[in-house]
Design a protein around this ligand. Sequence first.
Ligand SMILES: [Zn+2]
Length: 441
Amino acid sequence: MTKKTTLLFVQIYILSFCLLYAQSIKIICGDSLYKAYLNKQYPGFEKSYEKTLEQISIQAEQNKHFKVNNATYSINVVVHVVWKDSSENLADSIILNQIQVLNEDYNRLNADTGNLRPLFKPIAGNAGIHFNLYQIIRKHTDSLFKISLTSGTTPNGMKFDSLGGSSAIDPTHYLNIWVCKIQPLTVGMYTLGQILGYAFPPNNLSNWPSNSGAPHPGEDGVVIDYRCFGRNNPNIITIGSQTITIKGRTPTHEIGHYLGLRHIWGDGATFGNNNCTGNDGIQDTPNANNQSNFDCNTSKNTCVDTNLGWTTTDAPDLVENYMDYSSESCMNMFTQGQVSWMITTLQGPRSGLLTNILNYNLAQTTIYPNPAKNSITIQTSCNLNNTNINIQDMTGKVIYQSNVDLKDGKNTFFLPQINPGIYLLKIYNENFYSVKKITIE
Ligand SMILES: [Zn+2]
């Protein structure tokens, strides 16, 4: 389930290292103080945060036009940016770019589909999954996130407020993606490797070993190293002396795991050849005896495949597949068999993700007055019963929640005592979703 763990050598060490989970910044006296503090510590924070709110709204508008109606499935995504050094606090433009890469790759709209070898074109699949950026949560941390070599478990600190991370938002209904620095695997002064990302499949899928799922519901989701997020990411990642090409395909790969896919070589070959004994459980993918090594070797044909169902001649290794470890510059496809398996997973153990399908087209929303003081009126273009109203502060914390009927599309409610500032007002029910930036005076 972990991606791209390059081990230069393996030896058993009894390690005793301690991770200090320093307390993350807590909001003490309302958001303006917090904001001022952050702005002082990290100049430009306020501006950049306001931009986040704006860009989410813009993205929501764009989603209306960006294939949302053509895609069959829609998944709401929460991106948690858990950062220590400022370079890890990725700009909104990088996050939006990554969402776009996902929407391209999962709708076969990626520009490099033409690079697929003709032999494989008949089995290339379009997943028809749209990823909707629902929320960006930014969290400053002093914690380090490092794999435990003694237990072999991937770090989970980024997933919990109490460990210096950012706790998941309702993992049944939202795909949570944590973007942070994943510490290299080191023993003493030796660097053994680097994990670029990891994810859990749902539990008990037939193509995975039992109990491969998240050990705790709050850990379900995807973790991506901050250097591997977005095609326009300015940060560089190297493994050994090799600089890894980043085209936003690490998240494409990890979400493939999250939706039930295994590596195309069927695993069992992390440290060498599996003699073609591994199996990803997908019929149309050619088998391979090992992962690609960040290269793009189209002459590779490591296993004899005679039972793929779509060709009678032995197919070469499918290095263009998102579930290999080939260079991101040559990955460009899922197979139809993989797509079918992901959709089965989405309609089965991941079906909670689909119950929140957003319909941006149902109604236009107006909020007034804005800036608001004591009360605020919501007006939409149609009646909306059983509508949730929630106001979130700069950190994503819900500070007001209510359930109302918008009769004649309208409701005025009195604001609770809220510190002056900029907030996010969300209005939603099972068919409708709208986010507005509001200023409270
Ligand atoms: Zn993987």
